[in-house]
Design a protein around this ligand. Sequence first.
Ligand code: ATP
Ligand code: MG
Length: 364
Amino acid sequence: MRSIRLENVSKSFGDECVLDGINLTMPSGKFFALLGPSGCGKTTILRLIAGLEKSDSGRIFLGDEDITKQPVFRRKINTVFQNYALFPHLTVFENVAYGLRIKNVKELEIYDRVLAQLKSTRLLGCQKKMPSMLSGGQKQRVALARALVGKPEVILFDEPLAALDVKLKERVLVELMELQYELKTTFVYVTHDQAEALTIADKMAIINFDGSIAQIGTPEEIYEFPVSTFVADFVGSTNILEGILHKRNEADFFIDVEAVGVVDLHVEKLKNWIIPGGAVYASIRPEKIEISKTKLSEFSCCFPGVVESTSYAGRFTQYQVNIANGQVVSVFEQNEEHFPKETINDDDQVFLHFQKDNVVLLER
Ligand SMILES: Nc1ncnc2c1ncn2[C@@H]1O[C@H](COP(=O)(O)OP(=O)(O)OP(=O)(O)O)[C@@H](O)[C@H]1O
Ligand SMILES: [Mg+2]
């Protein structure tokens, strides 16, 4: 299996510049996710890799091979589209066989390979059905079988689960991860669902609204160490506090959040752009905040606040808390403890606590 590499790739439609010189490597044999808001250029990136669209400049590589000018049918790359793009007038068997037919594979081999593929994608009883007779999940599996049967080196997925319900989606995601692990085919998976991307990806790229790359990393790196407020807010949810950075001494910095208090910082998180006296953001995830009616001594930061609303969401309870600068801070509290917890209601005076390790410093 080989990697996919985009080198300085640009693409415009008319006078709209969608991609402006992007560089991106999707590692070989891994599950790579492209995550970004609607309209940022995700589908365009996939279509360029597949050869369905031509870049204005830059080059695309499959491993060391320059495929920029290679025609679609020559590329060892298949795509699973959001709407599955099945041929409505062909049976399930013929849909899956199509790619082999156009490559002039012998009839007997087609038969064996298609049946084996239908079996492994749990579609055996369906081979004579027309696409219109299938459920959403089955259509999705036919599209997958069609992409897999030619044994491509890379499979591109363009939001393939968008039409499935939550439960089925969870199951198919696990199946896809197992399949990728088994085949070691390079998977490139486009989604705008951040939870989906975090679950499946070995590595992911976050794309900005303007089509530029905001961050590349493992799901953990991206969630725990976002490099900008856009990434912090787009992947998961977070609280962003504005403040001024100050220095106590060489190894000790803190952020002064006006009218609220002080946020201590872990010195290893300091970056080279940091200037004491400058305006910065601190990002704190809602699940890293501990809420209680009394002050707890074991935390490095503590702010008072008033509960604006509480909502029970099964696994966790979400609190919206007004702090002294008028900002509303979101807190997620796990509902897994066995002992009865302190009851917190609307309008209660509370304290929000967090550790400095969980504060991410971001540029303002
Ligand atoms: N064939 C085309 N002609 C003109 N403009 C296009 C074409 N394809 C895409 N665009 C424009 O390029 C931009 C990026 O589109 P793209 O489909 O790549 O976004 P996306 O990230 O896949 O969005 P979504 O999450 O909604 O699918 C959009 O502004 C879109 O209007
Ligand atoms: Mg798209």
